[in-house]
Design a protein around this ligand. Structure first.
Ligand code: ADP
Ligand code: ADP
Length: 229
């Protein structure tokens, strides 16, 4: 079954910049794939189209829903999709707990259930003891963990990550790579991971899709033979 399918997808911005495609890409449910390519090739654009943040200029974006049916057209942001950006974009004036709870507030999940889910999400990223902390008290890696917990708290089928670890130091980045891999193995989510790092793409994913310079098209689609731990 497919989690995501792009067929003949292009994107030309209002500025006239042709950012993407035509792109054909199918991602199976549970697959962990990386999009790798030079800066400006359209990786973020592709991710935003998958997330339903903006429409393609041509072509079809399909994203599976919880019911397993692939639906044509745009998806509602947040429906079955978690998004992690390079900038953690946490609200500085509220606690870690309230930051992670935000998507559940928007979805009007009752408080008791929401708090239980927030605690579980924080535990899954190793931050069980930091619910009361404020973002300014956290390191860059910990802020990224909060951002990941916030993306996971709605239990999305698909996790989209846009160069999430690019701003972190090498050791923190490697720790987060390992923790993300462990999470993926235990949660079984579809992950589309945008990165500049060849190492990161090969280390994390089952499949590396290499894109050309703008407009981004597929130059190589490489299957990684992962040895099970
Ligand atoms: P990448 O993620 O691979 O760095 P992007 O998808 O961010 O690439 O950008 C692809 C191209 O589209 C770039 O030339 C970028 O400047 C342009 N672009 C991205 N977003 C917008 C936007 N909102 N409006 C106009 N041009 C954009
Ligand atoms: P990245 O390369 O990490 O994807 P960028 O620096 O290209 O990030 O873009 C950061 C933000 O600026 C994105 O939200 C993108 O949509 C917007 N953006 C990028 N290029 C342009 C542009 N030429 N015109 C308007 N917005 C842009």
């Amino acid at each position: 079954a497919l989690a995501v399918s792009l067929r003949g997808v292009t994107k030309t911005y209002d500025t006239g910049v042709m950012a993407l495609g035509p792109l054909d890409l199918a991602v199976r449910k549970g697959e962990f794939i990386s999009l790798l390519g030079p800066s400006g090739c359209g990786k973020s654009t592709a991710l935003r189209l998958i997330a339903g943040l903006g429409a393609p200029s041509s072509g079809i974006v399909r994203v599976s829903r919880h019911d397993g049916e692939a639906q044509p057209g745009r998806v509602q942001p947040g429906h079955g999709i978690g998004f992690v950006f390079q900038e953690p974009t946490l609200m500085p004036w509220t606690s870690v707990r309230e930051n992670v709870r935000l998507p559940l507030r928007l979805a009007r999940v009752p408080k008791a259930e929401a708090l239980a889910r927030v605690d579980a999400a924080l535990a899954s990223v190793g931050l069980a003891d930091f619910a009361e902390a404020f973002p300014r008290e956290l390191s860059g890696g910990m802020k990224m963990r909060v951002s990941l917990a916030r993306a996971l708290v709605t239990d999305p089928d698909i996790l989209l990550m846009d160069e999430p670890f690019a701003a972190l130091d090498e050791i923190t980045r490697f720790r987060l790579n390992n923790d993300l891999l462990a999470l993926w193995r235990s949660l079984g989510k579809t992950v589309v991971f945008v990165t500049h790092s060849v190492f990161e793409s090969v280390y994390l994913s089952q499949r590396v899709v290499v894109m050309t310079a703008r407009p981004g098209r597929i130059q190589a689609d490489i299957r990684i033979e992962t040895v099970e731990p």
